[in-house]
Design a protein around this ligand. Structure first.
Ligand SMILES: [Zn+2]
Length: 283
């Protein structure tokens, strides 16, 4: 699933590709892709046609395009969603779900989604911050992120550190990949109790989170399963720089101990047994 760097790469592509343009045509090829838009596909289209895209914004893994109507188109890429900005005469992709054409007849915006967990919807009055994502916390790269609030809220929790990092109401944009990378960098096992993390350690964790997210962003994100691509269809290169995630059995880049894989919330966690000792009672 795309995390902050991947979604930010897409946002930058939307900013370049569709902002300032007026939507002229909307084709919904698969109803599931607009299932979150409860009034249905026709209403979705009616709210978009004739509207100008004012900006491309993101909070955590959520994207939205404010419109000149004051509404917003929100998008979630789910597991396999792609937003491509392509020439109108490009043949339809196999998993094309929604197509937005523009009044200038230039490149169109296509939502492609193999597994259809993602989708688009129009949120009334959502230009500033759509109601559907108001509960999502700011992300560590957001200039308005409050470090001390995060540190306090993290330590007030009674859970494991990895679970806390994945909690999008505490800090957004971090999923399984970057949680494993941050924990490896800071030297904490994901099962470590949040209330036992000292304030300096929590600040260190945040600094590592910023660092790994920024490094990944600079490389276009992580295209681990080849589904995530930019709006130009380009894969990110950060998978080559991962230290823990997806590297079970391979040597830890710091101490050469083989990276261990543990089951975590029906998925898996990768960590170094030596750099990230498992607590006696993991959470
Ligand atoms: Zn190690």
């Amino acid at each position: 699933m795309p995390e902050l760097p991947e979604v930010e790469v897409v946002r930058l592509g939307l900013e370049r590709g569709v902002v300032g343009r007026t939507i002229a045509a909307v084709d919904v090829h698969h109803p599931r892709a607009v299932r979150r838009h409860e009034a249905g596909a026709q209403d979705f289209a009616d709210l978009l046609v004739g509207r100008r895209v004012e900006a491309a914004r993101r909070r955590g893994k959520y994207l939205w395009l404010p419109l000149d109507s004051g509404d917003a188109v929100t998008g979630h890429l789910g597991m396999s969603g792609q937003l491509l900005v392509v020439p109108p005469d490009k043949p339809a992709e196999t998993h094309l779900r929604i197509r937005l054409g523009f009044a200038d007849r230039g490149r169109e915006l296509r939502f492609i989604d193999q597994r259809t967990f993602g989708g688009l919807q129009v949120v009334a009055g959502g230009a500033e911050l759509p109601s559907t994502i108001r509960h999502i916390a700011r992300d560590p790269l957001d200039p308005e992120f409050d470090d001390e609030l995060f540190v306090g809220r993290l330590r007030a929790k009674t859970t494991g550190v990895k679970r806390a990092l994945l909690d999008q109401t505490l800090v957004s944009g971090i999923g399984n990949i970057y949680a494993d990378e941050v924990l490896w960098r800071v030297g904490l096992h994901g099962g470590r109790a949040t209330e036992a993390v000292t304030r300096p350690k929590a600040r260190e964790l945040l600094a590592h989170a910023r660092e790994v997210l920024a490094e990944s962003l600079a490389q276009g994100g992580t295209s681990f399963d080849a589904l995530y691509v930019s709006t130009e269809g380009v894969s990110g290169l950060f998978a080559h720089s991962l230290s823990a995630y997806g590297r079970a059995g391979q040597p830890c880049p710091r101490c050469s101990t083989p990276i261990r894989r543990e089951v975590f919330m029906n998925r898996s966690s990768a960590s170094c047994p030596r750099c990230q000792p498992r607590p006696r009672h993991p959470r």
